[in-house]
Design a protein around this ligand. Structure first.
Ligand code: PHE
Length: 653
């Protein structure tokens, strides 16, 4: 249908904003559209767009379909139908289902200003017992105002502001309802000013103040409104206009609004509503009594400061004056009844109902994980060496042949290399560095550490890393860990090495553990040594304690008798005592072999950029797993268990 000057008054639009001022979006149907006029006009069957009027500006926003979008720039009221004016992009037709969306921020601000105006009406009309006469005229715009029939004195501004803001702080309920003239009479609603009498009226109530006619959008409670300030009073068109503004909402004011809302009290309670609430509380307490709630719990729920009774009782201020006395009475009765009920309720702690909790019983320990035993060992080894000035370093576990072999005085094809069952990486060979290998030992860190220090000692390195060798049995895994010690400085000799070994033996295995060095061969050390630690079970004797003690005793007695070594044994026991002694099964010989060591070979020092004529050094390198499993009390006879991933095994450490 085409909209004409005549017919636009005949189409009735349902005014959704009157029912719910907070509706931001809706769907509707196009009843009429006019694309002839400079601005496109649309009439819908229902709308959330507020039309200009009653002092509140029109809403802006969008009306959209799949085929077009209509930007609403103005909305007007034409005796029942609402005309949306704006710009259309795309196309729209009569009968189209459309989606409506209003610019909510603008609308909400207008709602606040509008409500603020009504609050000011309430305050000003009786600010000093002189009726200033609410004119009913409001305006929101450059100068937002409410109008009065009589001049309001400027000296009253502060008082008005204070009272208005205290209404905001009270967070009173705001209601709107449609009433007929008859109802107005019957309910003895006193309107603040007269309006045409022949049709239904929408009236706005703030708390228990007398209502006033209103067709605008408004807040649900006064507490939502920002602080009001009066900016001036002026005479215009025979009215007295009180100009006002509201504080721009910001983080702080929003917080305040939230606070007001949270401790909001039930405003505007009628005596009947109060009676209903009292009945609710009574039935609740009855069911709580059946549940055998303890006295303490009942007291907290009903009579505590923030209990149900006080929550209800604080609403008494909202009850109509004439009913206040009655309200007081029924509230008192309720309190007596609650108190009596609590008195006759179950004893303070109801043992028969409750399960005992033994507060002294030990708690249930939550399961906690721990580091893998090998990680624990590495941690311990690091700490032991750090205490004597070593520092931990890390070097690659996939490295060049140069660092793993060649720089360690093992030229290509040297037979010594065969001792390390090496895994090679299938990668291009570097002319200087050679192949890439999985490191077979941590000795690759030696030249790397020397390079890192650029020929400047001292070096006191402890390098712990993963190593790989092509072998696997009870004492070997293909992947394992080594720790490598390297010390280089002027005047370092083999005694320093022995001292370090003894120190480690005592620290790691316990007091009394000794180290032993035996000649050996490595290409990268000269001299080279093999290192053993004394067995903690037989203390380096190779035989179990009881027997060795006996043997010692026999030998002592023999010495005293002046007999020779063999004679004494023969003589005292009648046969060779070794035969009867029980061998230590753990070590078989009194010592455990742990790894290699030696004085750094001059060629290696040279490869690392150190002058072998000035500097000397020692190095050692052992398997972490092997060193660890020899610890007293562990006796792990299969190293592979460590990497089995079996929690039953690992949880023991
Ligand atoms: N790298 C040698 C090995 O794996 C041990 C070692 C380290 C020997 C340092 C001497 C010096 O067996």
């Amino acid at each position: 249908m085409v909209i004409t000057e005549k017919n636009k008054f005949n189409m009735k639009t349902k005014l959704l904003y009157l029912e719910n001022s907070y509706q931001k979006e809706a769907s509707a149907k196009i009843v009429a559209i006019n694309t002839e006029t400079p601005q496109v006009e649309i009439i819908l069957d229902k709308t959330i767009f507020y039309p200009q009027g009653g002092g509140q500006p029109a809403d802006t926003g969008t009306i959209s379909t799949k085929t077009g979008i209509f930007i609403v720039s103005h909305v007007s009221y034409n005796d029942g139908s609402i005309l949306h004016k704006g710009k259309l992009e795309g196309s729209m037709n009569v009968g189209d289902e459309v989606s409506l969306k209003i610019d909510w921020e603008t609308r909400y601000h207008n709602m606040m200003l509008h409500t603020a105006g009504h609050i000011l009406d309430q305050v000003i009309k009786n600010v000093d017992n002189k009726n200033y006469g609410v004119d009913g005229d409001h305006g929101i715009g450059k100068r937002t105002f409410v109008a009065f029939k009589l001049p309001v004195n400027e000296s009253l501004i502060e008082k008005i502001e204070n009272e208005a803001n205290s209404i905001i702080n009270k967070n009173l309920k705001i209601t709107a309802e449609m009433v007929s003239e008859k109802e107005i009479k019957e309910r003895k609603i006193k309107l603040q000013f007269e309006l045409p009498k022949n049709k239904d009226l929408r009236i706005l109530g703030i708390g228990s103040y007398s209502p006033m006619p209103d067709g605008g959008t408004h807040l649900k409670t006064t507490g939502e409104c920002s602080k009001i300030s009066i900016t001036g009073i002026q005479e215009k068109k025979g009215q007295w206009r009180v100009n006002y503004s509201i504080e721009k909402p910001n983080k702080e004011t929003n917080e305040k609004v939230k606070e007001r809302k949270s401790d909001s009290i039930d405003n505007d309670l009628s005596i009947n509503e109060l009676k209903q609430k009292i009945a609710d509380i009574k039935s609740q307490i009855n069911s709580d009594l059946n549940e055998n709630l303890t006295k303490e719990k009942l007291r907290i729920k009903y009579l505590a400061k923030k209990g149900l009774f006080n929550n209800l009782a604080k609403n008494i201020s909202q009850i109509e004056v004439s009913k206040k006395k009655e309200a007081g009475q029924i509230l008192n009765e309720l309190k007596t009844e609650i108190t009596q009920n609590i008195e006759k309720s179950a004893p303070t702690s109801n043992n028969s109902q409750k399960k005992w909790i033994d507060l002294t019983a030990p708690g249930i320990k939550p399961k906690t994980g721990h580091m893998h035993p090998v990680s624990q060992a590495m941690e311990e080894i690091t700490q032991i060496f750090e205490r004597i000035g070593f520092s931990r370093s890390r070097y690659p576990e996939v490295d060049w042949d140069w660092y793993v072999f060649e720089s360690l005085n093992m030229p290509k094809n040297h037979p010594a290399r065969d001792e390390w069952e090496t895994f090679f990486i299938d990668a291009p060979i570097n002319p200087k560095m050679g192949k890439i290998v999985l490191t077979t030992h941590t000795s690759n860190g030696q030249v790397r550490e020397m390079e890192r220090l650029g020929g400047k000692p001292p070096i006191r390195m402890i390098n712990i890393a993963r190593c790989y060798r092509r072998q696997q049995d009870t004492t070997h895994t293909q992947m394992f860990h080594q720790f490598e010690g390297l010390v280089i400085d002027k005047g370092i000799n083999i005694q320093h090495l022995k001292g370090t070994l003894d120190y480690f033996a005592e620290q790691f295995y316990g007091p009394g553990t000794k180290s032993r060095i035996r000649p050996f061969h490595f290409q990268f050390t000269e001299p080279s040594l093999e290192v053993d630690f004394s067995c903690h079970i037989c203390h380096g004797t190779g035989f179990l304690d009881e027997k060795t003690d006996k043997v010692k005793k026999v030998n002592c007695e023999a010495r005293e008798a002046g007999l020779g070594h063999g004679e004494a044994r023969e003589g005292a026991l009648g046969h060779a005592p070794e035969d009867r002694r029980q061998k230590c099964k753990f070590c078989k010989s009194g010592w455990h072999e742990v790894g290699g060591a030696g004085m750094v070979h001059p060629n290696v020092l040279k490869a690392g950029g150190f002058n072998p004529d000035i500097y000397t050094g020692f190095a050692f390198g052992w398997g972490v797993e092997r060193t660890y499993t020899l610890k007293e009390g562990l006796n792990i006879d299969d190293i592979r268990l460590l990497y089995s991933g079996d929690l039953k095994f690992l949880e023991q450490f």
